[in-house]
Design a protein around this ligand. Sequence first.
Ligand code: TRP
Length: 437
Amino acid sequence: MTVKDLVRSLTGITTTGTPHLGNYVGAIRPAVRASREPGLENFYFLADFHALIKCDEPERIQRSTLEIAASWLAAGLDPEKVTFYRQSDIPEIPELTWLLTCVTGKGILNRAHAYKAALDKNEAAGQDADFDVTAGLFMYPVLMAADILMFKAHRVPVGRDQVQHIEMARDIAQRFNHLYGELLVLPDAVIDENVALLPGLDGRKMSKSYDNTIPLFGPREQLRKQIMGIVTDSRAPGEPKETAGSSLFSIFRAFASDEETKAFAQAFADGIGWADAKQQLFERIEREIGPMRERYQHLIDNPAEVQAILLAGAEKARAIAAPFLRDLRSAVGLRALGAQSTPGKDKSQPKGSLPQFKQYREKDGRFYFKFTEANGEVLLQSVGFESPREAGQAVKRLQTEGSAALADLNLLLEPLTNVKLELVTDALKRLLDETGA
Ligand code: TRP
C-alpha cells in the first residue's frame, strides 16, 4: 500500500477538563482501537487554542493538557504509529486560520450552533445579545476548519454536536478551492453509532457540565467509592432488578463482553443486591483501567516525558503542514514578488521562484555552499570543503539525485530537522522538475 491509498483520520480534544470514564468509552478507547487498524493514518491533537475560548485559567489549561495527553498514552495510543501533538505547537494552524477567515462568510458563522446558543441565552436572560461573547467563540469553526484542512484529513471522527463544524469546514474548503484551485481536501464527519453513551452517577449522560462524572484515572479507592454512589432504585437484595434504565447496567455493558453482559443481566433477574452489583462493576472496570493507571501516574509525575512525545509529534505534523502552507500562501498571492503562478491552478513554476545553490569561500579558506529557497530562506548549509571542485560535486549530486543524495552526503553544518528535511526535499524536487534532470 502506498501513502496515497491511506485514509487520513484526524480529531482534536479540547483541553479544559480531566478525562472521565465517559471520555474513555466514547473517544479514547475507540480512537486507540482505530489507531491500530491498517490503512488508516491517524492524527490526534490536543486542541489547546480551542480551550482558550472556553477557559481563562492558565493552570487549568496546562494541567488538562498534561492529563489528557497522559490518559491517551496510558490507554495505549502509540505515538510512533500515529501523529499525536499539541495544536499550539503548530504555528501553521493560526496562519491557515487567517487565510480561511478571509474566505469565510460572516453569515455562515452567525449560524453556528454554539454561537447562536450563547446569543439565545443572553436574550433569554434579558442581556445584550453579545454579552460575554468573544470573537474567539465566533471564530471557533474557522480555527477548527484549519485544524482539519491543514492535514488534508478525509475523515473526522466526532460526536454529533460537532457535525455542523465539519460541514462548515467543507464549505470553507470549497470556497477556498473555488477561488484558488483544488488545494484543500473536503473532510467527512464520522460518527460511530456503536460507541456507548455512558450515563453518569445520576443517570444522565456522563458529562462535565452535569457534574456527574467518574474520573478515568482517579485512585482505585476513589473509583470504588464513586461506583458505590451510583444512583439505583430501592429494590432489596433478592428482588429482581430491571436492566433497562439502569445506569449501573449500562456502564457495565460498556466495559464487558457480550457474555459477561448476559451473565450480569441474569444476576439482575435473579435479584442480585445493589452492593454486590456495584462491586462487580467496580471489578470489571478496574480490570481494564487498573493496568493503565500506573503508566498514567508515571506520566503525570514526569511531564517532561509527555512534553517530549508531543514535541516529536509536532515535528512530524509540521513536516506536512509547513510545505503545504507554503503552497497555500503562494496560491493566495503571498509569494515571491517575481513569481506569477498559483500552484493549484498552474503546476509550472516560474523561473524566479526556484530555489538556488550558492557557493562561496569563507575566511577559514574552505569552500562552502548554501541551498536557499527562492525567497532567500536558507534550507541547507554545507560543511567546508578543501576545494571548490569538491563543493561543486556535492552540489551536482543534490541537483541530479535530489534528496536521495542527502543520506550519504555527510555535508551539513547543522543536522536536519524533519520540518527542514521536508522543505529541502520539496525544493530539490521543484528544481529537478524544472531542469528536467
Ligand atoms: N471542537 C471539538 C470538540 O469540542 C474539538 C476539536 C477542535 C476538533 N478541533 C478539531 C475535533 C478538529 C475534530 C477536528 O469536541
